[in-house]
Ligand binder design. Structure first.
Ligand SMILES: Nc1ncnc2c1ncn2[C@@H]1O[C@H](COP(=O)(O)OP(=O)(O)OP(=O)(O)O)[C@@H](O)[C@H]1O
Ligand SMILES: [Mg+2]
Length: 323
């Protein structure tokens, strides 16, 4: 393929990575990693340090891989950074906001940077701020914002130029349950409009709710990928459930979920109760029963200590111990 002609674009897979390795000193953040991101919403799931942010940054051309190939809408981000930028939106994991500005000023400024006229950009900014659910507070400086409002503003700046591909790095980070639900709903609506979204999280439950496809990464390696329905289908499934509540309420929760989930082990982790649960029930059951029992769910998802084992067992149908 020559540099002068655009390669054919696989419209189903606008983002592709082949054999990508990224190293930071001794750390191999991506280890010969290959994947393709299908149109619609793809969840990028993995524990802390798995390589999720590195993958996103590498695909965006912000991190230089040691080896491997990447295409975004048929373009190489290393060669065609500007054209890639026009097509993608990026909601970084960490703060990317200008604290002294209000979101109207900031987001419309971002719109103008991506080539819109001032007038178009301001109009579009109000549309996207409506869409993400920021009301009159849009005229307040971002430094006065709660985490939930900041996440909305971060999402708004990512979509102001109407990109066809979106990378959302832990968009629900720091949000309370209501904020999380609102964010997931907005993501779902974007996904329904035919765009390509890669959404990272370390919470299986969230990813499972919105994604048509899932990529599981751990220690820089691809663990599993495929349609959510196929990955989640019908095998005995183990999860880590961490909760806070009175001993009585937690006992109540265990009983309430027991038809769908069996509690395999329970341990006290400095005031937080951590349980290994197994079952084929819906994760919604856990959340509904916890709310009813007055128990706060701090985590529900893969056991981060043995993520690889758990996922191999979950998705291949065997047990980590071979039973
Ligand atoms: N700029 C950097 N310099 C050195 N090491 C880095 C850098 N960025 C990432 N790493 C390392 O690369 C590995 C993958 O990090 P990455 O941030 O991609 O993980 P992650 O899956 O996004 O984790 P988290 O859920 O905590 O955000 C980690 O071991 C991390 O410490
Ligand atoms: Mg990260």
């Amino acid at each position: 393929m020559t540099a002068s002609e655009d390669p054919p674009v696989d419209v189903e897979y606008l983002v592709q990575a082949s054999n990508v390795t990224v190293r930071f000193g001794e750390v191999v953040a991506l280890d010969n990693f290959s994947t393709r991101v299908h149109t619609g919403i793809t969840g990028l799931l993995g524990p802390n340090g798995a390589g999720k942010s590195t993958l996103i940054k590498t695909v965006l051309g912000l991190v230089e891989p040691e080896s491997g190939d990447i295409t975004v809408d048929g373009l190489d981000p290393r060669r065609d950074m500007t054209r890639v930028r026009d097509r993608v939106g990026y909601m970084p994991e960490h703060d990317c906001l200008i604290n002294a500005m209000n979101p109207v000023a900031m987001v419309s400024y971002m719109g103008q940077l991506s080539g819109m006229t001032r007038k178009d950009s301001i109009q579009r900014t109000h549309e996207v701020l409506d869409f993400v659910g920021l009301g009159e507070e849009r005229y307040r400086p971002i430094k006065s914002y709660s985490t939930g409002m900041k996440q909305k503003a971060k999402l708004a700046q990512a979509i102001v130029h109407d990109p066809s591909i979106l990378f959302l790095d832990e968009p629900t980070n720091g949000l309370d349950p209501q904020g999380r639900d609102e964010m997931l709903e907005v993501i779902r609506r974007i996904g329904a409009s035919g765009k390509t979204l890669l959404v990272s999280s370390h919470i299986l439950h969230e990813i499972e709710q919105v994604s048509q496809n899932i990529i599981i990464i751990n220690e820089g390696r691809l663990i599993r990928e495929g349609p959510t329905s196929a990955l989640m289908h019908g095998t005995a499934t183990q999860y880590r459930l961490r909760v806070r509540g009175t001993a009585e309420a937690i006992e109540g929760l265990k009983k309430a979920i027991s038809p769908a989930f069996k509690v395999m082990s329970t341990r006290d982790e400095s005031g937080q109760i951590s349980m290994l649960v197994e079952g084929e029930g819906s994760s919604a059951t856990i959340f509904a029963e916890a709310a009813r029992a007055g128990v706060q769910v701090r985590y529900f998802g893969p056991d981060t200590l043995t993520l690889e084992d758990v996922f191999v067992s979950v998705f291949k149908g065997g047990g980590p111990g071979g039973d």
